[in-house]
Design a protein. Structure first.
Length: 145
């Protein structure tokens, strides 16, 4: 039989942007991914240096908790991070996004840079740059073609 400590470890290992409907987790850098020092005190999940979850656990097994508490991901696109009519795409299973700038006349991580008049010419002029710089610039400039 798994104990509350098993549930606590699971909660302390998931990133702070997850929220479980019946649990209020305090966002703390000390209780995020790969933190190993989780334990239960008086029914509360605690980490070595900070309170991780402030609600008591009413479950005797990890399975019973998982059955009642599906983890939900907040929407990183809700604040419209993409500019100039760029389309925000949430990355699967992550609290992250990318901006789709195609057809906007803009490029860049947030569709915030005006496309050059001759994007093809600029893409081909990247040969002398570092490989990573050229790859990133080319990826963004493709939205300008």
């Amino acid at each position: 039989m798994k104990t509350f400590a098993s549930v606590c470890v699971i909660l302390c290992l998931v990133p702070a942007f997850y929220a479980a409907p019946k649990l209020t987790c305090i966002r703390s850098l000390k209780c995020t991914v790969a933190h190993q020092g989780c334990y239960v005190v008086d029914g509360l999940c605690r980490c070595d240096q900070a309170l991780c979850c402030n609600n008591p656990f009413n479950y005797s097994t990890l399975e019973s908790w998982l059955a009642d508490n599906a983890l939900q991901l907040e929407d990183p696109c809700k604040d419209d991070p993409c500019k100039n009519n760029g389309y925000c795409v949430q990355l699967m299973g992550q609290y992250s996004y990318r901006c789709d700038c195609y057809g906007t006349g803009y490029f860049g991580p947030h569709c915030h840079k005006k496309c050059p008049k001759d994007a093809r010419k600029e893409i081909y002029s990247l040969k002398g740059k570092t490989e990573e710089h050229a790859r990133n610039r080319k990826r963004y400039l493709m939205a300008c073609l």
